[in-house]
Design a protein around this ligand. Structure first.
Ligand SMILES: *Cc1c(COP(=O)(O)O)cnc(C)c1O
Length: 352
């Protein structure tokens, strides 16, 4: 507490990101980063930026990148909004589109940044319990909600709501903005972007951090009707005109253009995930069905909190949430097969 703080600052409960330890020898499976580097074209694009380009301000609209996203998804550039990571995009979404008299609904087990932004921007919100099998039931998000937000696949469960379920949410709530946070959609789901022409209340948020191996670059995107995007642009242009620097704009464009690399790298992660799931199940873990680049696993005999601490001592970092309903689960990012093998060997020892 400081007497110089604004009133709201002392009341905030900030989001706590997964740790980024400095030690190199760690097997780091805690923040859902991609195990493989980005396309080589990304590094070439960064190296090709000139001193003169760095001297100047970047394009405030990131026009080339906007056009590339629009083209990829069959949209107009005016239906695309870009920000400094999808966390920034989502923050603007909360402020611009989710604050209404009726409550914003999101699952009780979900991305833990949602309640943080709700508090920051004074958004009235309500958590809707997931079903007992941790799935999202669209019927639970009844009419009368002010807005809806959920990750698909959900985080940290990794479970996918099929496109038909998203459609039900949109049909049942025509007067509420429905935000689908697709941070993990490229690891096994169908994007809801294809529903945008049908529903003016749909906003789809994606990121280059997970499936494009660019968490360090900070590029996120929202796509929806031109009216929703205009609302976001108004907030962005009242906050920071230049959220994407020149390196980010060029590198993201290069990443989008290398479709073959993107497909192959993600197929490898999916194959490693299936292999990891089978091995965990063989050791007595129950694993939630994952369409993401991480899995949620719970062991019959051994407490997740104990396993988490013991793995950490061995230099293997996973994520543990001390939270109702998931406090006996470990969230494990899918690494390379070699990293997964190190994890599995350590678990075998701990369970012996
Ligand atoms: C990782 C993640 C984000 C944030 O991604 P950035 O683009 O790196 O800010 C947003 N939503 C969910 C559900 C995530 O897991």
């Amino acid at each position: 507490m400081s007497r110089f703080w604004s009133d709201i600052v002392g009341q905030l409960t900030p989001y706590v990101p997964g740790e980024q330890p400095r030690l190199n020898r760690l097997v780091k499976l805690n923040t859902n980063e991609h195990p493989y580097p980005p396309s080589p074209a990304v590094l070439q694009a960064i190296a090709a930026v000139s001193g003169d380009e760095l001297r100047r301000y970047p394009d405030p609209e990131s026009s080339d990148l906007k056009r590339a996203f629009a083209q990829r998804h069959g949209l107009q550039p005016g239906q695309v909004f870009l920000g400094n990571g999808s966390d920034e995009v989502l923050a603007h979404v909360f402020q611009a589109l989710l604050r209404h008299e009726a409550p914003l609904l999101f699952p009780d087990v979900t991305y833990s940044f949602y309640p943080v932004w709700s508090e920051l921007y004074g958004v009235n919100c309500r958590a809707v319990p997931l079903a007992t099998d941790y799935s999202v039931d669209p019927g639970d998000y009844s009419a009368g909600s002010g807005a809806i937000i959920l990750p698909n696949p959900n985080a940290p469960t990794g479970m996918l709501l099929p496109l038909e379920g998203i459609r039900q949410l949109l049909v049942r709530n025509p007067d509420a903005v429905v935000v689908i946070d697709e941070a993990y959609i490229d690891f096994g789901g169908q994007s809801a972007v294809r529903l945008i022409p049908e529903f003016d209340n749909l906003l789809v948020v994606q990121t280059l951090s997970k499936s494009r191996s660019l968490a360090g670059l900070r590029v996120g995107v929202a796509m929806g009707s031109a009216q929703l995007v205009e609302g976001l642009e108004r907030v962005k242009n009242s906050f920071n005109s230049y959220p994407l620097d020149i390196l980010a704009q060029r590198a993201a464009l290069a990443a989008l253009e290398d479709e073959a690399y993107f497909q192959e790298a993600n197929q490898r992660v999916i194959a490693s995930r299936e292999r990891l799931v089978a091995a965990l199940q063989g050791m007595g873990f129950s694993v939630l069905p994952s369409a993401a680049n991480f899995v949620m696993a719970s062991h019959q005999r051994k407490e997740a909190s104990e396993l988490f601490a013991a793995l950490r001592e061995r230099g293997i970092i996973v994520r543990y949430f001390h939270q109702p309903r998931i406090d006996n689960y470990l969230r494990i990012t899918v690494g390379t097969d070699a990293q997964c093998d190190e994890l599995l060997a350590a678990l075998a020892e701990l369970l012996a």
